[in-house]
Design a protein around this ligand. Sequence first.
Ligand code: GLA
Length: 394
Amino acid sequence: MELNKIIDKFIEIYGGDKSDLRVFASPGRVNLIGEHTDYNGGFVFPAALTMKTTIVARKRKDNKIVLRATDLPDVVEADINNLDNYRDLKWGNYQIGIAYEMQNRGFDIVGCDLLYDDTVPHGGGLSSSAAIEVSTAVMFKTFSDEKNGIKEEIDMVEMAKIGQMAEHNYVGVKCGIMDQFASAMGKKDHAIFLDCKTLNYEYAPLAFEGKKLILTNTNKKHSLGASKYNERRQECEKGLEMLKKGLPDKNFLGEISIEEFEANKHLITDEIVLKRVTHVIYECDRVLKSVKALKDGDMVSFGKYMNQSHDSLKDLYEVTGDELDTLAYEARKIDGVLGSRMTGAGFGGCTVSIVDENAVDTFIAEVGKNYTEKTGIVPSFYVTEIGDGGREIK
Ligand code: GLA
């Protein structure tokens, strides 16, 4: 929804006038390569989208947080003194989870009326949850600082960490830092090369001469919490424990080179665990190679690494499924497609493809037709624009 319309809707719902309204926003993300590496202290290469969560907010004089959304009938009223009690909400638990996490960290949570508007598709693997978390964190931080007379620039990496921890501690998904980091730290027309072990990062310009990034949504809903995500994470932890017998100094799979892994992989006695770890080790290496290829303007190699990443997520990490595989393989049949892979956690959600500008129409027509024929589902296509990270909109 356009900002003016969200503001009008806020006034319609909550009354009053526009003079004391505040607006906060934070985007979803696409990950170009480096999947299921973040919680292993590995490398990722995401970029913030222009699809985002927008919050129109007004402070209240009491201890209530009132939540509504432009596209839902739900109304949530939460008591600031009992924030632990809202974990089972169908909608609103991410927002209250942020307030809870921040209160536990000593922030002064201020009562407020809120209206949320999301343009990141829900369950599409584009981090609609990180968009909600980071925008909400920036808002509560701003209000807490104002109440306490603190004038400092918001530390956006801290906002990302709060988002991740709210998801661990309140929602129950043991996610990595990638989504919240990309949402908080995104930069227009740049991807972020992030080392998840140290949180050192570098912006890389996404100057895809004559190419477009196309997101294709399987429109098959994935549910991260109930899914296999936490299980994959545990399998990686098991793999690390086994490898440590030969590599005692390593604390993350992401620290282990291909050579070290190959020399020690006999220590992994579980076949499934070996597959998971093999994916992580080689995926981290692909991120390094992809970032270099992009710097060298070698988009053909970049596309090749994207394809390899998808194939590894399919065969070794086993998080793709028929819908994502069909999209990726149908995409690769089109002339002018350099690479296509799933993005995000998997089990549904979106693929990202690099497509020649003049092949975009054919891509949408052909992939759309063939995907629907094979799965019975109509996909959605988005020509991606890369935007800025979370902030207050003045
Ligand atoms: C989800 C998680 C991220 C990351 C990806 C997979 O998006 O939130 O932390 O693990 O899956 O790369």
